[in-house]
Ligand binder design. Sequence first.
Ligand code: SF4
Length: 98
Amino acid sequence: MTVDEKTAEKIDELSDEIRKWAEKYAGDNGWEVNNEEKQLNAVIRGLARNTLKFGEQYCPCRIRSGDREKDKEIICPCIYHKDEIENDGNCHCRFFFK
Ligand code: SF4
């Protein structure tokens, strides 16, 4: 297996875990995950890639500052998502919906 194949496999595995977590987390909060599978998958894979690359599930729709302490704010679920879901109906990434 090549390095690229191993990376792809790891991203698939992480994506499965993130999807399961997100569905439970959304359900526990009375929300839903995006019902557009293509958009949902893009966010999940972005989270999986960031987890693999940086060791944290950083939001794929926000810019990291590079300061680990500050960037804790944008580890999914970020500090903004509850207000965004409440006020806009969904989080910035369109991952979680009211
Ligand atoms: S905007 Fe949504 S996907 Fe991005 S970190 Fe916040 S909760 Fe997660």
